[in-house]
Design a protein around this ligand. Structure first.
Ligand code: SF4
Length: 345
């Protein structure tokens, strides 16, 4: 793609850009805080799912200083349901680092941004280009697909990543790199669609090698995926006479670190026998197994969680009771919300 094609893409973007709450009006520079927050939320998450979370965060914490001053627990509560909770912990750590090291303002170079918690090469490039107008080339899934098709790259992913990056950098214009990146994202999201690209509406159709070769819909090629392993666990839903259920906080590090959960066994490769599982129960009680296990898919494994329910009272360090109407305010990850729904009906 030549520079005239970049100009065509930018002209298309001026007409067809998506109106998103983190974007600046045409001709204005975007707020770095909004760009950063949206880019973190959009990792592994759709625009539709991220948008209400973004609006809630912005309303509650309108700038980095406010977010840095918030307790981590409050941030995790408002993140609950969005998944990939390490992002929320890093978001909070990053806000604190920016407040302490940079006076509450995100630095404006890729190198300085990458020194911050939770900001990798993609996010640093996106913020540098979109919020600070630097020449930088973020490559997300949408941009990856557009570039692969434009240059008819037939090497399967992830092996093709280095070539895609080289090609993407080569077509990034010196000026307006932020708008160019957002235009590529929008083209991927609205025109160069995964299964059926709408080439007749595409401003780049004239120079698209994938289209010319008639192979665009089949790109990008992907290396065969390994099957996700399955893990098994048992969750214990203990109900007090007033309807409250027993919860606890997970350890701060690791998967779902710092989130709230129904007391559960480890999640392991072998299924649990009832005898083994009951040794891990939070209290002696008449535990009943609910019919179907709760199934949940994480990035690296499927989890099959058998749910046991009982009535009882207990009090131990690190555990607490919440009534059903209070659960919405807890930092319960999606898998634990499923467990509660299954147990409480
Ligand atoms: Fe994608 Fe078609 Fe445009 Fe090529 S011409 S970039 S395949 S939408």
């Amino acid at each position: 793609m030549s520079n005239p094609a970049a100009a065509q893409l930018l002209a298309w973007y001026a007409r067809a850009r998506r109106d998103l709450p983190w974007r600046a009006r045409p001709g204005r520079r975007a707020d770095p805080y909004r760009v950063w927050l949206s880019e973190i939320m959009l990792q592994q998450t759709t625009v539709a799912a991220a948008q209400p979370y973004f609006l809630r965060f912005i309303q509650r914490w309108p700038d980095i200083a406010a977010l840095a001053a918030a307790p981590l627990d409050e941030v995790l509560k408002d993140w609950a349901g969005l998944g990939y909770y390490a992002r929320a912990r890093n978001l909070h750590a990053c806000a604190r680092a920016v407040a302490a090291r940079h006076g509450g303002h995100l630095p404006d170079t890729e190198a300085a941004l990458r020194e911050l918690p939770g900001i990798g090469p993609y996010t640093a490039a996106a913020i540098a280009a979109i919020a600070f107008g630097r020449k930088a080339t973020p490559v997300d899934g949408n941009i990856e697909r557009v570039v692969v098709r434009l240059f008819a790259i037939e090497t399967p992913l992830p092996g093709a990543k280095a070539e895609i990056r080289r090609r993407a950098e080569a077509i990034t214009p010196e000026m307006e790199a932020g708008d160019f990146a957002q235009a590529m994202m929008d083209l991927g999201a609205t025109v160069c669609l995964p299964r059926a690209p709408l080439c007749e509406r595409c401003p780049l159709a004239g120079g698209c090698a994938g289209r010319a070769a008639g192979i665009a819909p089949s790109l990008p090629r992907k290396a065969a995926r390994k099957e996700r392993p399955r893990r098994h666990g048992v969750a214990f839903v203990l109900r007090r006479a007033d309807g409250a259920i027993l919860l606890r906080r997970r350890a701060p590090q690791g998967l779902l670190g710092g989130m709230t959960e129904v007391p559960s066994t480890d999640w392991r490769a072998e299924p649990w026998t009832m005898e083994d599982a009951l040794r891990e129960a939070p209290a002696p009680a008449e535990w009943r197994v609910l019919p179907e296990p709760v199934e949940h898919t994480f990035t690296h494994f499927h989890l099959s969680l058998t749910v046991l329910r009982a009535d009882g009272e207990t009090a131990r360090d690190g555990i607490f009771w919440r009534r059903p109407e209070e659960l919405a305010d807890e930092a319960l990850p999606s898998v634990m919300r499923k467990v509660c729904r299954r147990a409480l009906g």
